[in-house]
Design a protein around this ligand. Structure first.
Ligand code: URA
Length: 252
């Protein structure tokens, strides 16, 4: 759907809601949200866009769904983060992962290398994952809420996360993970469009479109506050039991 269509529908619903309420509807109080055009990541479109840069449709159609999505991400200019990036960081891991890990956004080292979680936080993340038999080259995929580095490693702005969201949704649809681990508040808040962060939600099993989700602390937060490593370990044990309930021998 285009941005203009979304604005039209919003205005229509606002008018209807206002007239039902008999006054300005509380549901539509405040400013209109920043709408964006949807990103279509159909096979046909990707084939067409790839054929423009010298690749034949036959070549591109042999790519996996996730690599087609990640190529689309590499061309993205949907928000201003594209101006400051050295590299896009779409994600990395296996194509049929047991678990999808969702972080916040690339940091300095990730921006340099074009790979997620390769700096100090990434080293800790790999240790956390290996403690529950998850490995990015074996049974896991790692992605972020935003695929380009926010300046000075600040949190992604809502409009940046919204602009990037169709890519995350497309990745989830293509990867079909059996479970999702949210690393930190930015991940869980954005995934669920919720105000509740890690303090409230860690260790709970939530549901995202039929996929179970567990949240724990972001490894950067654990580097800053190691006292949370113990509760984070409890969250990881919850995640491991959940995975064992889905694939009983995944840890063998
Ligand atoms: N922090 C994140 O949230 N993601 C990365 O890829 C690296 C650090």
């Amino acid at each position: 759907m285009t941005k203009d269509d979304k604005i039209k529908i919003y205005n229509l619903l606002k008018t209807a809601s206002d007239s039902l309420c008999g006054y300005a509807s509380p549901d539509f109080a405040g400013e209109m949200p920043e709408f964006q055009d949807d990103v279509e990541i159909s096979n046909e479109q990707i084939a067409i866009s790839n054929s423009g840069d010298g690749k034949s449709q036959a070549d591109s159609s042999s790519d996996s769904a996730i690599s087609r999505i990640n190529k689309k991400i590499a061309e993205c200019k949907r928000c201003s983060l594209c101006a400051g990036r050295l590299n896009v960081v779409p994600g990395m891991g296996v194509e049929k992962p047991l678990a999808l890990v969702i972080g916040e956004g690339p940091g300095e080292e990730e921006d340099k290398q074009g790979k997620p979680f390769v700096g100090p936080a990434g080293q800790l993340l790999d240790k956390m994952l290996s403690a529950i038999n998850l490995y990015r080259d074996k049974n896991c995929y790692i992605a972020n809420i935003v695929k380009c580095r926010p300046p000075m490693n600040r949190n992604p702005l809502p409009e940046e996360a919204d602009a990037c969201r169709p890519f995350l949704d497309a990745q989830i649809a293509a990867l079909k993970p059996k479970a999702i681990l949210c690393a930190g508040s930015v991940a869980v808040k954005n995934l669920f469009h919720s105000d509740e962060g890690v303090m409230k939600l860690h260790g709970k099993i939530l549901d995202y479109k039929g996929i179970p989700v567990v949240t724990t602390w972001h490894p950067s937060a654990l580097l800053r506050a190691p006292e949370n490593k113990r509760p984070a370990w409890e969250d990881l044990k919850v995640f491991k039991s959940l995975l064992l309930g889905i694939v009983p021998d995944y840890d063998k």
